[in-house]
Design a protein around this ligand. Structure first.
Ligand code: GN1
Ligand code: MG
Length: 363
């Protein structure tokens, strides 16, 4: 029984209290996440990290605890009650480590739950898009002087386009004929976009785009808002590592400007919301514009398109691989996710000119 198992895991984190109830939070695609409540009525997030995906879990845990420590220092002017809501706080196990390794070789970690916070799977309010941009921009600012050399590459080449194409090409070779034919139209789209989707990577490799500390999973469901819809805290810092601004800008746009959820099957509902894009850009550049070079700013729209594409490509690759990587709820789930992302690219492309960043967008 899950309850008994979670109870026993929790004893390794707090011996003076006990887990009383749990609720699974099923929005993540990789880890198992539970909101738990203890007998003393304290709420925590208890998480089992997928060590098939994350090969060095202790390294991942030290990355995210380092990031929290850095943010705590940067925000130390805030009152303690506010600080607790702005920075993820990890609970050490009785060993002193910030994880527990169970007898099945599973890694668990615990975070303090941030009360009175809201998350979204899709945005329905322009102000939420603006606040999201502000918070992601602020995260990049706050981590700008963070010593990236203490971070491990949790997933090497995570957003490297050539690497994702290699995986896609391997999947094409090994896929079943049935899945290949179901995916054919989308395989053709991938080919058509291939060159354009490498532009940002080439600029990075040529040293024209700076490497920074980035979050790498800035989807809307990883942004906590307070009851007034002000951005509160960026969560899920599992993938924090060196990267470029376009990853974080783009992955947030991917989810904030999609008029539907990431796995919506009715593609008529999936469109790129340019109003939310402009609101997000305003919030984002308000925080970051002095830290970004002109070439970085000029390529933000392409960064958005590239990040949507990379997710489409990864979902399609996993579909061809018979769903080995992402959690799926039904047979066509990964293909539906890929179709959704390709539809979003199509809608974005129709409005691409209006996405060009100009000075009036940031104020
Ligand atoms: C995965 O597990 P989750 O939901 O935090 C994935 C991200 C994708 C996202 C798509 C380690 O994140 O890269 O953007 O799904 N994380 C990993 O929703 O692959
Ligand atoms: Mg994540």
């Amino acid at each position: 029984m899950i309850l008994d198992h979670l109870k026993s895991i929790f004893t390794h984190f707090d011996k003076s209290d006990a887990l009383a109830s749990y609720k699974e939070l099923a929005s993540g695609h990789i880890n198992d996440t539970y909101l738990i409540k203890t007998e003393n009525e304290v709420s925590y997030i208890l998480q089992r990290i997928n060590h098939g995906v994350f090969k060095d879990v202790p390294g991942l845990i030290s990355n995210k605890t380092f990031v929290s420590q850095h943010l705590l220092k940067k925000l130390s002017h805030l009152p303690a009650s506010e600080l607790k809501r702005r920075v993820l706080s990890f609970v050490p196990a009785s060993t002193g480590l910030y994880y527990h390794l169970d007898s099945d070789k599973n890694y668990w970690n615990v975070m303090v739950f941030i009360h009175d916070s809201i998350t979204y799977e899709a945005v329905t309010d322009e102000n939420v898009a603006y606040e999201g941009g502000k918070l992601i921009g602020n995260f990049l600012n706050l981590t700008n002087d963070f010593d990236a050399s203490v971070l491990i590459d949790v997933i090497p080449k995570f957003h490297d386009m050539s690497f994702r194409f290699e995986q896609f090409n391997d999947a094409l070779k090994n896929a079943s004929t049935e899945r290949l034919s179901q995916a054919q139209n989308y395989i053709d789209i991938v080919d058509d976009l291939k060159e354009e989707m490498h532009i940002i990577q080439y600029l990075k490799e040529a040293g024209k785009i700076k490497t920074r500390v980035t979050h790498n999973d800035t989807k809307i469901s990883n942004i906590l808002f307070d009851q007034e819809n002000k951005g509160l805290c960026v969560i899920d810092t599992d993938t924090v590592m060196p990267g470029i601004v376009h990853y974080d800008f783009g992955d947030a746009i991917r989810t904030i400007c999609n008029t539907a959820n990431e796995d919506e099957q009715n593609l008529d509902l999936v469109n790129f919301n340019i109003t939310y894009y402009k609101a997000y850009v305003k919030g984002f550049l308000g925080e970051t514009k002095n830290a970004l070079s002109q070439i970085e700013i000029d390529h933000l729209p392409l960064g958005a398109k590239t990040m949507i594409f990379i997710m489409a490509l990864r979902f399609l690759t996993d579909f061809l691989n018979d769903d080995k990587y992402y959690k799926t709820k039904y047979a066509m789930h990964n293909l539906d996710r890929a179709k959704n992302q390709f539809k979003l690219i199509e809608s974005l492309t129709q409005q691409y000119e209006a996405m060009t960043i100009n000075s009036s967008m940031s104020n």
